[in-house]
Design a protein around this ligand. Sequence first.
Ligand code: SIN
Length: 305
Amino acid sequence: MKPNLSVSIAGVDFANPIMTASGCCGYGEELAVIFPLSKLGALVTKSITLKPRLGHPSPRTAETSSGMLNAIGLANVGIDKFVTDKIPFLEKQKTKIIVNVAGSKLAEYIEVCARLNDFERVDMIELNISCPNVDEGGMEFGADPKMTEKSISEVKKVFSRPVIAKLSPNVTSIVEIAKAAEQGGADAFSVINSLVGTAIDIETWQTKITNNKGGLTGPAIKPVALQMVNAVYSKCSLPIIGIGGIQSAADVIEFLLCGATAVQVGTALFIQPDLPVTIEKELKAYMKRKKLNSIDELIGKVRKY
Ligand code: SIN
């Protein structure tokens, strides 16, 4: 019996549970040179905003112990260029397309999502209410339950397909924010965005990135992400896409056991861009070895003391 890797989230069917994380492969063009994007469950784009953004000046990334700090500042082409230059490429890809949307004001999120509604191949929106690297919007929305609920409910009025709330770990209670997103009509959660941190060069005494602080990603944050996925899974009923330091099929399995239905691979793509292909093979082999027919048999099945 061949294990079935397909999963379904809010009525959208994915060939497998492996997605790319926003910001780690732009709009997919470079990744498609390395492997056919049909190998992915979904491609998640860099955050799209109403106007183009250059982001913060370099250096805007720094390597840390088992992780990476970034403060890109939501650099992206903006919705106009995304529609004219990027969507035609994305529409041809035989994978699901999830567009990550960010903004500094609610009206911006709404306008971008309304524009995306016209493109049927945009299967889902992932609402970035958790970017730690901008002064306005981002985490400011996702740290406040009322703003979280409102942003989701307003976006749901203009975008007719499922909306994923990408949650920040930089809050007192991620479950409280998840519940607010659920109340606002979210269809799924992405758990988690990056953890705020910094790094300093001891020779120059200078912070290593121009924004002085940034989001920590990579294997260093995996235990935090797993715990948060499980906390949200235990208290909420929406499907979860787990994110945080995934480097192997073993990491994916941990996220599934904690309650994720799918996962996103991010920072590790900078080391091994075709990692999703390897993970898919390893996941299949694990399922065969464990005599599992479907991913559902793993979701939320963690055994606790
Ligand atoms: C950035 O563009 O600074 C990162 C985006 C994010 O973490 O949401």
